[in-house]
Design a protein around this ligand. Structure first.
Ligand code: ATP
Ligand code: MG
Length: 170
């Protein structure tokens, strides 16, 4: 992925929440991102579209701290998150929903959701977050005692999204 830029702005008045400037990253054997820049304003939804292997997942991994950037600046609410470990980044409200869900199939739906509130600051909000997730996805409430591996693919995706309701997301 090379120098990708966002063409549609939220209107320019909202504060920038997430900013990437000239970010390069990849893996030991492969350079995948070449000078990627983008901004996400508060309340804005941004989609990244590209062909298979373009680097979309790598970009998400860099933002959530799962892959280290080779170069470039990444700021969240004006503070650099370069070099901050993933378990600290999640405390600031960035959560990664993996494309292949990665649920614990033998644990119940509710226990999978509980795992999303593992960090101490999230535990205090778990009941509130759970109510929000069940309101958004009523199927999950109905199946809360069911092993997650017995859900349909779409229901498992709901569970993976619900698990990412972190402390900074409410
Ligand atoms: N763990 C890894 N180790 C080495 N190379 C990797 C690794 N993960 C991805 N890559 C390579 O990095 C490049 C970007 O992959 P990435 O998964 O970010 O693409 P993508 O845009 O998400 O693709 P898709 O649309 O298929 O999901 C590809 O060339 C891929 O082979
Ligand atoms: Mg991908």
């Amino acid at each position: 992925m090379r120098a990708w830029r966002k063409f549609i702005s939220a209107g320019g008045l909202k504060p920038i929440m997430l900013s990437l400037v000239d970010v390069s990253a990849g893996y030991s054997s492969l350079h995948a991102l070449f000078g990627v820049s983008l901004e996400v304003a508060a309340g804005e939804t941004v989609g990244v579209i590209g062909p298979n292997g373009a680097g979309k997942t790598t970009l998400m991994r860099v933002i959530s701290g799962l892959v280290a950037a080779f170069a470039g600046a990444i700021t969240l609410d004006g503070r650099s998150i370069v070099g901050v470990p993933a378990h600290r980044i999640v405390e600031h409200g960035i959560a990664h929903v993996p494309e292949n869900r990665r649920l614990f199939p033998r644990l119940t739906v509710e226990d999978n959701l509980r795992i999303g509130a593992f960090i101490p600051s999230a535990r205090h909000h778990f009941a509130e977050q759970l109510a929000w997730v069940y309101q958004l996805f009523p199927q999950l409430r109905e199946r809360r005692h069911q092993p997650a591996g017995t859900l349909s693919g779409g229901e498992q995706q709901m569970c993976a999204i619900g698990r990412c309701r972190g402390p900074g997301c409410c």
